[in-house]
Design a protein around this ligand. Structure first.
Ligand SMILES: [Zn+2]
Length: 303
C-alpha cells in the first residue's frame, strides 16, 4: 500500500499517542556516538563519476530548488558509477553547499548496494529550512550542516521503510508487524523516535545498522539495549540481506527526466546546452515504482 500524502500528514497526531506512552532510553545516545564508530565499519564503494552537460538538471532537483526559492542553475548535476551497479546514481549539489561532491559520493557509497537501490536521487543543499534531511518520492536530501552518516542512515531508513518492505505495507512502520514488536519494548531510542511511527523507524535504523556492522554490537555504547531490542531486531530481521554488504543492484527506481536549468522566460541559445543526458535504466534492471510520500526530519530534534 502506498500512503498518500494526506494520510501521512495525520501520522504525527496518531503517533503522538505512541510517543507519550513510552519513555526515551537512558542514557540517550547522541548522533556522534553512532557515526564516529560506525564509519570504520561501513566500507566505501569504488566509483567514478562524470558531470552532466551544461544547462541540464533532473526534474526532481529543479523542483527541489524552486520550492526553496533557489535557482536550479546554481546546482551541479553528476552521475556516480559505483562498481556494484551497472547504472549510475544521479545526484545534485548546490554550488554553495559546504559538502563537496567527493564527500557525497563517499558517504552514499558506504550504504550497502541493496539499501542504495531504494534511493532514487541524492541531493545536498544548504539551509533547507528547519530540516536536517528530507525523504520524498524515493529521494533523499541532506542539509550541509547536518551532513553525517547518522542523518544519512536515518534518511535511508525512511527509504527502506517506504520501499523495501512493501510486501507487508508501506510504510512498514505503520503495520501491525512493527507496532506489535514495538509494544514489547519498554523504551524508544530517542525523543525524536516518539514523533510518529515513521520517525520511530527512522531513529531505530542507525542503531540497527550499528549493531549489525560494528563488532560487539550496540551493547558497546548502550548498556540498556534490551529495552529497545525488539525495535532494532525487527528492523534487522525484516530487512535481512538488504542491509548486508555485497551483491549488486537488481532493481532501481526510474530516474526523473532531464530538464533545462533555466527559467522558461530566459532566452538561452541551444549552444548553451551540452548533450542531453541519458537517464534510462538498462534492461537488466527491474524498475521499482516510486513512493508517494514525504518526510521532513527536524534539525532541532535530530541531535
Ligand atoms: Zn526522519
Amino acid at each position: 500500500m502506498i500512503v498518500p500524502k494526506s494520510l501521512l500528514a495525520l501520522a504525527p497526531v496518531i503517533a503522538g499517542v505512541a510517543a507519550q506512552s513510552k519513555q526515551v532510553i537512558s542514557p540517550e545516545l547522541s548522533r556522534n556516538q553512532i557515526y564516529d564508530r560506525i564509519m570504520n565499519h561501513m566500507p566505501p564503494t569504488q566509483s567514478h563519476w562524470d558531470q552532466w552537460g551544461s544547462g541540464w538538471i533532473f526534474e526532481d532537483c529543479a523542483n527541489f530548488a524552486k520550492e526553496r526559492g533557489q535557482n536550479p542553475a546554481d546546482y551541479e548535476v553528476f552521475n556516480v558509477h559505483y562498481t556494484d551497479c551497472s547504472e549510475p546514481w544521479i545526484m545534485c549539489r548546490h554550488k554553495a553547499a559546504k559538502v563537496d561532491q567527493i564527500r557525497m559520493i563517499d558517504y552514499f557509497g558506504r550504504l550497502p548496494v541493496r539499501v542504495r537501490q531504494h534511493v532514487k536521487h541524492f541531493i545536498v543543499s544548504y539551509d533547507i529550512g528547519p530540516a536536517a534531511g528530507l525523504y520524498w518520492g524515493g529521494n533523499i536530501a541532506l542539509d550541509d550542516d547536518s551532513f553525517d552518516m547518522y542523518v544519512l542512515m536515518h534518511e535511508a531508513s525512511h527509504a527502506l521503510d517506504f520501499s523495501a518492505l512493501r510486501q507487508w505495507g508501506s510504510p512498514f512502520s505503520e503495520t501491525s508487524q512493527w507496532k506489535n514488536e514495538w509494544a514489547k519494548d519498554s523504551r524508544i531510542p530517542t525523543g525524536y523516535a516518539g514523533t510518529n511511527w515513521v520517525e520511530n523507524f527512522g531513529e531505530i535504523g542507525p542503531i540497527g545498522l550499528f549493531d549489525r556492522y560494528v563488532p560487539g554490537g550496540i551493547g558497546q555504547i548502550q548498556p540498556n539495549w534490551n529495552q529497545i531490542f525488539h525495535q532494532y531486531a525487527t528492523y534487522q530481521g525484516y530487512l535481512g540481506d538488504t542491509i548486508n554488504y555485497g551483491g549488486t543492484c537488481g532493481s532501481r527506481m526510474g530516474n526523473s527526466q532531464p530538464v533545462s536549468m533555466y527559467a522558461r522566460s530566459a532566452k538561452v541559445s541551444a549552444a548553451a546546452f551540452g548533450e542531453l543526458p541519458d537517464v534510462s535504466l538498462g534492461s537488466n534492471i527491474t524498475v521499482i515504482e516510486p513512493v508517494n510520500a514525504k518526510v521532513v526530519c527536524d534539525k532541532t530534534h535530530l541531535h
